[in-house]
Design a protein around this ligand. Structure first.
Ligand SMILES: Nc1nc2c(c(=O)[nH]1)N[C@H]1C(S)=C(S)[C@@H](COP(=O)(O)OP(=O)(O)OC[C@H]3O[C@@H](n4cnc5c(=O)[nH]c(N)nc54)[C@H](O)[C@@H]3O)O[C@H]1N2
Ligand SMILES: Nc1nc2c(c(=O)[nH]1)N[C@H]1C(S)=C(S)[C@@H](COP(=O)(O)OP(=O)(O)OC[C@H]3O[C@@H](n4cnc5c(=O)[nH]c(N)nc54)[C@H](O)[C@@H]3O)O[C@H]1N2
Ligand code: SF4
Ligand SMILES: [Mo]
Length: 716
């Protein structure tokens, strides 16, 4: 029996797992009790890595569509097909005619992290989409303008805080996001054990709300009003205290003026949180010795995503908790920390705009809510080819029904994916990659968001029957740069490594005989702040603990002024739109929010029996008052309708959701033709993003409104 220690790449928590194998395959997956960060924690998804590895429906061979159906082909045939079709689109219609969509697992994939850049640069398209515009883009935007870097995102110093005000996050289920921290339940319990307090703001009484000291069931989409009222109260009651930050902040006076209209009494009727409660929340936040405000996807994928993200950090600054122990701090990762190189270019959004709707670029990408427009609308720059990498936009992006109808209009579509699913069924070529057990791993992105500085290298536990995705990406780079389907991968790899070495001021030779991701990681670690090499990490299978977060201001700031810009026009320009909400009377319409589930990973782990067994989870939750009024009964079917479409789902009557709010999880709807996923089909559920409206966006970042969608619900 063999054993391997791997970092789980399925979510942001980066748990260490202990995997055992025998001759026949994976025999067990457990939490690694010696992991320096996760200390044995594991969730049902991580425990299913073996099931994922063994899933007979998972792709192990490239597929090419011929005469409308997929055929298994050799890798050479697949690359030849791509070579014959993809460069021709760009040659005839220009670079922007090839769009790219990069999905969530790519952020947990070392191959894409290290080699994606070369491929994307070679494509040179401005039609670059990622799951970021259905996720965290508002945080990049607000952090970019506040601190100078789109990835200069402070995270809650969870292990030392005494007061956590958490909005729109359910880390007991999601395991944390923009806050890499395994075992959040344990870490929240520890806050309370040391006499601290946890306050949750969420329209649903989530598992996280249940373990908190206090829960406020806010009306969806109104967090920015609540946060502004907290700011208002801090100023009105003379509770602002910048502390050490005083010499590093511009714009506090402007924020005070901007907050004036948002008195607790003014926002209370709109948010559903009483004025006295808001005042008390502000006072407690100010009084706590170590406090932090944290907002996640319920605050970003909504109508005021950027304003809310901004106000979260405005509060951290005004209470002196930014960059302070127990507050919101900036991690310093061992490798690839984007904001540690000193000379970052100041952040600007809108460096280009989308062709059809004129939506702004943010952090190098444009909103996926407009991908269908770009495919459907004729003219110069029309999207005619699409490359998806580890993404399932037909289930995960707004007006999913429209996108599914647009994809067949493409001249060519290539998907890098391990399943034939709702999106990849539209592809002309699908290239599978190795499973998490067949590839090396290091979390270049997530350690930049970790609540403690750690580094953990995972070598591939098993050999892979398919090429590594970095090799696939380099072959594709060869195709796009005119070198044909059989470009010299070793030479391209050397080129990428040389580029990394040059940017880090190192001689590539220091990495010795290494090649591939190992060479690049070794270079990045050597260039990093802890004087590590890959060999150091190889010698530490349970990871290296680099200590608690440390203050980084002013070094971390890269605004033109070198200070925190608390009131940048690029953000405050949207405040009048928010102020208008104060005078808009509630219209009584139901609004839809999402719901993550512990045994689910967005749209893609539903083909694993251990994760889907039991009762149907794809239900619409309705408050008993609304159910009574609408004639909906628990266990019955409901028709849920939005501007963009209708779906049918079973009803779950529960007072977990506040009145006026219904909740459906996303990522379901697997019963479409052509999907190769027998288990998922048997647990199909319905696609909630048929209801998400591609016209409803956060005005500044273009991020889709996935929470707070107006809907009607009737018995089916
Ligand atoms: N209504 C609603 N919609 C949402 C959300 C919501 O809260 N509500 N959440 C949004 C968020 S936060 C996100 S991040 C997005 C996610 O949206 P996407 O990233 O578009 O979708 P995923 O479901 O993560 O799909 C991942 C795909 O990657 C494939 N895959 C998995 N591992 C690998 C690998 O190692 N290599 C390759 N090449 N492919 C792999 C899977 O088979 C699957 O096809 O969904 C968003 N959509
Ligand atoms: N098990 C599991 N874990 C996951 C994922 C998964 O699909 N399953 N997905 C991963 C991904 S890609 C991400 S981005 C993270 C997301 O991590 P989280 O942000 O922690 O995820 P959610 O559980 O969706 O929590 C969002 C919360 O916002 C609430 N909410 C909705 N609208 C509003 C609003 O207007 N205001 C406020 N204050 N709250 C609101 C919802 O009720 C929900 O409880 O999770 C990751 N982890
Ligand atoms: S919490 Fe996330 S990282 Fe940890 S085992 Fe579960 S899926 Fe993997
Ligand atoms: Mo996400």
């Amino acid at each position: 029996m063999a054993m391997a220690h791997v970092t789980c790449p399925l979510c942001e928590a980066t748990c260490g797992l202990e995997v055992t194998f025998d001759g026949a395959g994976v025999t067990s997956v457990r939490g690694d009790s010696e992991d320096v960060f996760s200390r044995g924690y594991v969730c049902p998804k991580g425990a299913s890595l073996g099931a994922l590895h063994n899933d007979p429906d998972r792709l192990r061979t490239p597929l090419v569509k011929r005469g409308g159906s997929f055929t298994e082909v050799s890798w050479d045939e697949a690359f030849a097909e791509i070579d014959a079709r993809l460069p021709a689109v760009a040659a005839e219609h220009g670079r922007d005619s090839v769009a790219v969509y990069v999905g969530n697992p790519a952020a947990h994939n070392l191959a894409v992290a290290l080699y994606g850049r070369a491929f994307f640069k070679a494509l040179g398209t401005r039609n670059f989409y990622t799951a970021g515009s259905v996720d965290q883009l508002p945080k990049h935007y607000s952090s970019g303008y506040l601190f100078g870097g789109g990835f200069t995102i402070p995270v809650p110093d969870l292990d030392r805080t005494g007061h956590l005000l958490m909005l729109g996050a359910n880390p007991l289920v999601s395991n944390g996001s923009l806050m890499t921290a395994a075992d959040v339940r344990g870490r929240l319990r520890a806050i309370r054990q040391r006499g601290g307090k946890v306050v949750v703001v969420d329209p649903r009484r989530t598992r996280t709300a249940e373990v908190a000291d206090e829960h406020h069931a806010i009306r969806p989409g109104t967090d920015a009003l609540l946060l502004f009222a907290l700011v208002h109260t801090l100023f009105a009651e003379d509770l602002v205290s910048l502390g050490r930050l005083a010499d590093h902040v511009n714009g506090a006076a402007e924020v005070r003026t901007l907050a004036e209209p948002f008195a607790p009494e003014a926002v209370a009727p709109v948010t559903g949180v009483a004025a006295a409660e808001i005042r008390r929340m502000a006072r407690e936040l100010a009084a706590a010795e170590r406090a932090v405000v944290y907002g996640r996807i319920g605050t970003t994928t909504q109508a005021f995503g950027t304003l809310t993200s901004w106000l979260v950090d405005v509060l951290n600054v005004l209470t002196g908790n930014l960059d302070a122990e127990g507050g919101a701090m900036f991690p310093l990762a061992a490798a690839g920390q984007l904001n540690s190189s000193g000379a970052q270019r100041p952040f600007t959004a809108g460096r280009w705009r989308t062709r059809v709707r004129g939506l702004p670029e943010v952090f190098g990408e444009v909103p996926v809510a407009t991908l269908a427009d770009e495919i459907e609308t004729p003219g110069d720059g029309q999207v005619r080819a699409l490359v998806t990498i580890a993404g399932n936009p037909c289930l995960s992006t707004p007006n999913a029904g429209r996108l599914a109808n647009a994809l067949p209009q493409l001249d060519f579509m290539l998907s890098l994916d391990i399943y034939l699913n709702e999106t990849t069924r539209h592809a002309d070529v699908i290239l599978p990659g190795p499973t998490p057990l067949e590839r090396a791993h290091y979390d270049t992105a997530l350690y930049q968001l970790a609540v403690r500085n750690v580094a953990n290298w995972t070598p591939a536990a098993l050999s892979s029957p398919v090429p590594q995705e970095w090799e696939t990406l380099l072959r594709l780079t060869g195709i796009v740069t005119g070198q044909g389907p059989n470009a010299d991968v070793a030479a391209l790899d050397a080129f990428v490594a040389a580029d990394v070495a040059r940017r880090s001021g190192l001689d590539v030779a220091v990495a010795g005989e290494r090649t591939g991701p190992e060479r690049i990681m070794d270079l990045m670690l050597r260039a990093g702040p802890y004087d590590l090499t890959l060999a150091d990490l190889e010698a530490a299978p349970h990871g290296v603990d680099l200590g608690p977060l440390r203050p980084r201001i002013p070094e971390v700031l890269s605004t033109p002024s070198g200070r925190i810009e608390l009131a940048p026009e690029a953000i405050t320009g949207d405040v009048p739109r928010l102020a208008a909400e104060l005078t808009r009377p509630p219209n009584g319409r139901l609004v839809l929010i999402g719901r993550r589930q512990l045994s689910s990973n967005n749209s893609w782990m539903h083909n694993l029996e251990p994760l889907v067994r039991g009762k149907n989870r794809c239900t619409v939750q309705v408050h008993p008052d609304d159910a009574g009024r609408l004639g909906l009964r628990d266990g019955g079917q409901a028709k849920v309708t939005a501007r963009t479409g209708t779906i049918e789902v079973p009803v779950e009557v529960t007072d977990e959701v506040r009145p006026g709010v219904v909740s459906i999880p996303h990522g379901w709807g697997h019963d479409v033709e052509g999907v190769r996923a027998a288990v998922a089909r048997a647990h199909a559920g319905a696609n909630s993003n048929v209801l998400a409206d591609e016209l409803l966006l956060d005005a500044l970042s273009g991020t889709a409104v996935l929470n707070g969608i107006p809907v009607e619900v009737v018995p089916a």
